[in-house]
Ligand binder design. Structure first.
Ligand code: DX5
Ligand code: ZN
Length: 217
């Protein structure tokens, strides 16, 4: 079996020592860097914008996994691409014309991910699953790091795995929110391919060792 992919979430980094944290990520076994962009409208918080992210993109050597928690994410495809992003994740709940947005992301040379809030069933993706490179399941309500994992996510991962297999889709399953060594193990057993972790990694006494442990779940 392939090892799980690890995408540390920038939101929990120490912005006073951003360069040090990015150096550690670069030296670690992390596969990607997860970047949360918020608008204070779709979610009740605001994170960072493109001027800050341009600096992050210069410091970080890992592929960028960008998670847009904003209304009308299609307005920012060019900016996300300009960062050199590998993956652009948009929320199902913000895209009435999801098929069009997914095609626009791919036409701009990025992989396309669709994110589901905890209350959104995986079945809403049945008619688009073969077009997706990834499905990002929120295991907390989006907007903040450090929240408690919602256990129902495990059953959503299993349902999504079935949906992907039945359709012959190549989409990866990523999970975001409250992921630590314990919930990470449960997610890997349920069939997750990619784990996002903010607090569990950036607040660990030894980030590099924590990432190593997560890689070996
Ligand atoms: C929450 C964000 C997450 C967050 C995860 O809205 O999408 O990526 O940073 O943080 P932890 O792992 O601390 O729950
Ligand atoms: Zn996220």
């Amino acid at each position: 079996m392939n090892k799980v992919l690890i995408s540390p979430s920038l939101l929990s980094a120490d912005f006073g020592c951003l360069k040090d944290d990015m150096d550690k990520i670069n030296r670690s076994e992390a596969d990607w860097l997860h970047i949360d962009i918020m608008d204070g409208v779709f979610v009740p918080n605001i994170s960072f914008g493109f001027p800050v992210l341009e600096y992050v993109a210069k410091l970080c050597k890992k592929p960028l996994d960008v998670h847009l928690m904003i209304v009308q994410p299609e307005k920012f495809i060019k900016e996300v691409k300009a960062l050199g992003s590998m993956m652009m994740n948009v929320h199902y709940e913000t895209c009435p014309h999801l098929h069009r947005v997914v095609q626009m992301i791919k036409d701009n040379g990025m992989k396309a991910g669709v994110t589901l809030n905890p209350a959104t069933p995986v079945s809403v993706l049945s008619d688009i699953i073969t077009d997706l490179d990834m499905v990002l399941l929120m295991s907390v309500n989006p907007g903040f790091g450090g929240q408690k994992f919602i256990p129902n996510t495990l059953s959503k991962v299993r349902k999504l795995r079935e949906l992907i297999e039945e359709a012959g889709s190549e989409a990866l399953i990523e999970v975001d929110g409250g992921v630590n060594l314990e919930t990470g193990r449960q997610l890997v057993d349920a069939g997750a391919d990619v784990l996002v972790a903010g607090n569990a990694i950036f607040k660990a006494p030894d980030m590099i060792d924590m990432i190593h442990k997560m890689k070996n779940l």
